[in-house]
Design a protein around this ligand. Structure first.
Ligand SMILES: Cc1ncc(COP(=O)(O)O)c(C=O)c1O
Length: 398
């Protein structure tokens, strides 16, 4: 059957592809440790499940308004007011089927053909593809591992053209776990003041998962005057362990949100009604349910950081947030495993899957050749055993 040129040109998600390969190997009885999935291993906290049960029993099984129920919007308003200090009204909030869906709607609502979007690298794999799907042009701006992956203002400035329409901030970042300090954000705000035509798309999906008692600041909290050209995206998948519920949201200027809602009204309509009821409970519970998971992630971060740092050939920056760690393996490239030359991170990931039976995601799809990503949203035992296997396989390279 015919497939449109538009859809035929869409690449599949690299992270989902490697997770699927690892799951298939597991299903075939092969003992694979997977560090590939971008999702917490926890079940959604019980009070959130209970809120969903109650909502179902009360008949919350019907369409809601396209952009989300009044109850969910009120909960988003309370939550953002508490965390960011900015008040959003109902017309400035739209709920969608996950933060990924919010971002998709944002790019389609924002971009005309040829509009450029600055994407600090390393970046989440879906940003460039979504921008391209919407007719835009992704322009990557590299951040260095030595600067904790935050791009310099000079690098941002060098990437600006008269077609620059937006910049994506992902703070803390997937894949690096790095987050931008308040000083760095102040510098970005000052830079944005010099570029009034640039819209900020702020993906804060990991902002609750920050360690060592620190906090990730939302740029808007530092620079509330950016509000008219700022779209804040967040969701439930990561902090509330709700990946399967498919719920996320965006907050932005009312006319922009209305346009997003039009787009959504012709595709998915409202996000799942039961998930919305669960989402209200999640946002209102906040730290009461997040804190124990955050503590586990911090412990695992310390464990995996220590183990990977001891492996010769890997250079590792200690992540401050999210649940990923992103070693630089360039010192190992060009080495051999028997007949196979480890030419790049793609071959390295293949080698680790086959030899160590450990699934990692190569850095190239994140805009960082030579690196690879591990998600430590798995048990301490898996982290310990997986890192031992990686160490053993990398030790064989000559
Ligand atoms: C940076 C980033 N943004 C957005 C998403 C999408 O999350 P959701 O499950 O809410 O669609 C992810 C999921 O991996 C992510 O890593």
């Amino acid at each position: 059957m015919k497939i449109s040129r538009f859809v035929a040109a869409i690449p599949g998600s690299a992270t989902l592809a490697i997770s699927a390969k690892a799951s298939k190997m597991k299903a075939d009885g092969i003992d694979v440790i997977s560090f590939s999935a971008g999702e917490p291993d926890f079940i959604t906290p019980e009070p959130i499940l209970e809120a969903a049960r109650v909502a179902m029993a009360k008949g919350a099984t019907k369409y809601t308004p396209v952009g989300g129920s009044a109850g969910l919007k009120a909960a988003v308003r309370r939550y953002i007011s508490r965390r960011v200090g900015v008040e959003y009204g109902d017309k400035e909030i739209i709920a969608s089927c996950g933060a990924k869906h919010s971002l998709y709607n944002i790019f389609f609502t924002l971009l005309d053909p040829g509009d450029e979007v600055l994407i600090p690298a390393p970046f989440w794999v879906s940003y460039p593809t979504q921008v391209e799907m919407a007719g835009g042009v992704p322009v990557t701006v590299p951040g260095l591992a030595s600067d904790e992956f935050v791009p310099s203002i000079d690098a941002l400035e060098a990437a600006v053209t008269d077609r620059t329409t937006a910049i994506i901030l992902n703070n803390p970042s997937n894949p690096t776990g790095a987050f931008w300090s308040a000083d760095q954000l102040r510098a970005i705000a000052a830079w944005l003041d010099r570029h009034p035509g640039i819209t900020v798309v702020s993906d804060s999906i990991y902002d609750e998962l920050v360690y060592d008692g620190r906090e990730a600041t939302e740029l808007l909290a530092i620079a509330p005057h950016l509000r008219d050209r700022y779209v804040l995206v967040n969701g439930f998948s990561k902090a509330f362990a709700m990946t399967g519920w498919r719920l996320g949201y965006a907050c932005g200027p009312a006319p922009f949100v209305a346009a997003m809602e039009n787009l959504q009204s012709q595709s998915t309509s409202n996000p799942n009604s039961v998930a919305q009821a669960a989402g209200i409970a999640a946002l209102d519970l906040g730290d009461a349910v997040i804190a124990p998971m955050r503590a586990s992630f911090q412990r695992r971060r310390d464990l995996i950081y220590g183990l990977l740092s001891d492996i010769p050939g890997l250079e590792v920056v200690k992540p401050q947030g999210a649940f990923y760690i992103f070693p630089d393996a360039t010192p190992l490239l060009g080495k051999r495993a028997g007949d196979r030359v480890i030419a790049d991170d793609m071959v390295l990931a293949e080698y680790l899957l086959e030899d160590a039976r450990v699934a990692v995601v190569p850095g190239t799809p994140f805009g960082a050749p030579g690196f690879f990503r591990l998600s430590y949203a798995c048990s301490d035992a898996e982290i310990t055993e997986g890192c031992a296997r990686i160490a053993a396989s990398l030790a064989k390279l000559a």
